[in-house]
Design a protein around this ligand. Structure first.
Ligand SMILES: [Fe+2]
Length: 362
């Protein structure tokens, strides 16, 4: 399967991953064959890219955790946060219920860490397909997963990973206190609206004070994840040494996940370009050391990516080289614009060949 922006999806291809709406309901099953009207319908629903299976790309792409675990994490986070926004009129029973929801979030986070801790070399090979411009809990879960992977790369122990996971999972909780019409405004924010959005950091931190069983550094991620190492972030303009490592990691994974998500005003960036943006921001926005660890955890050319190689070759990524993402094995489909009998080209051995660009159709 491969990731394809919707305008490049061909009518005869098959959906490789189910389309799921914000409530976790399946809109279209994996394996469904697409046609023009279905593609247009999907686009109108707000999906700007899909995972498809076609004659070029038959392999599966493994997520770092099971789809069911990802879904459980998303749902339990949503249930907990939305249930806990206003606790003033709650009965004892409601409070008990809420406590159970909180326990569920904690236990799913612990299970994810136990799982990822056993596979320390695991790499993020895919992006989550979401609808455009939705503030979804899926984003929070993604940011948590990426953050934990970076934490593992930074040799954190399980307790630290747990704190990092909770902090990154809850990083944007303050957005629940910002009016939706401001949050979802595509462009042209007034100065006041911009300030209102920035307040999601302080509001989230304030709210998390009710949850002292989460450690102070975990809670501070909500406050610090828009700080930048050069001191030009918000809300406090902290410099690198004053920003907690959990927040520094989350600032990277938050931006990465936003860049690789579709927006009404721009298509999601391919992983490769988003990674380059993150690396380019090292020392200014992000901690340089952490951007380097991050880049080892996210593959810019996931399986199934169609690539152009110098010398006029076009092919599809067949086997990932985990030591060097730039040099996978590519199944060559075309040479100088002419279709050829597919053959495997190992870029690790062919040192004079390099991937020039990602393409979406041949
Ligand atoms: Fe944020």
């Amino acid at each position: 399967m491969r990731y394809v922006p919707i305008q490049h999806v061909k009518a005869e291809s098959f959906l490789a991953k189910p389309l799921i709406n914000d409530n976790g309901h399946i809109l279209l099953k994996a394996g469904a064959q697409l046609n023009e009207s279905l593609i247009q319908k999907i686009q109108r629903m707000g999906f700007l890219a899909l995972y498809i299976k076609d004659e070029h790309s038959q392999h599966e792409i493994e997520d770092v955790i099971e789809a069911e675990v990802r879904q459980k994490a998303t749902k339990s986070l949503q249930a907990f946060l939305e249930g806990s926004i206003d606790t003033r009129k709650m009965s004892t029973n409601d409070m008990k219920n809420l406590q159970n929801k909180e326990e569920e979030v904690k236990s799913v986070v612990k299970a994810i860490i136990d799982d990822l801790f056993l596979q320390k070399d695991i790499v993020m090979n895919m992006v989550d397909i979401k609808k455009v411009d939705d503030y979804t809990y899926g984003h929070c879960v993604n940011v948590m997963l990426l953050s934990v992977m970076v934490g593992i790369g930074a040799n954190m122990n399980k307790q630290q990973l747990y704190d990092l996971a909770i902090g990154s999972l809850m990083h944007d909780v303050g957005k629940l206190f910002i009016p939706k019409e401001i949050l979802l405004k595509p462009s042209g924010l007034t100065n006041d609206e911009y300030i209102a959005i920035q307040q999601h950091t302080t509001k989230g931190f304030e709210w998390l004070k009710n949850y002292s069983e989460f450690s102070a550094p975990a809670r501070s991620v909500s406050l610090q994840h828009h700080e930048r190492v050069d001191g030009r972030g918000y809300p406090n303009g902290l410099k690198e040494k004053d920003i907690h490592i959990y927040s520094k990691i989350t600032s990277i994974t938050d931006v990465y996940d936003a860049l690789t998500s579709d927006r009404y005003y721009r298509r999601a960036l391919p992983a490769k370009e988003a990674i380059e943006y993150i690396l380019g921001g090292g020392g200014q926005y992000f901690s340089i050391d952490l951007t380097r660890i991050f880049a080892k955890k996210v593959n810019p050319y996931p399986l199934g990516t169609l690539v152009r190689i110098n010398g006029g070759m076009v092919g599809v990524v067949e086997v990932i080289n985990n030591e060097n993402f730039q040099r996978p094995i590519v199944k060559i489909l075309q040479e100088k614009g002419v279709k050829v009998t597919p053959w495997l080209c190992d870029l690790y051995k062919e040192r004079n060949l390099v991937i020039e660009s990602i393409i979406f159709s041949v």
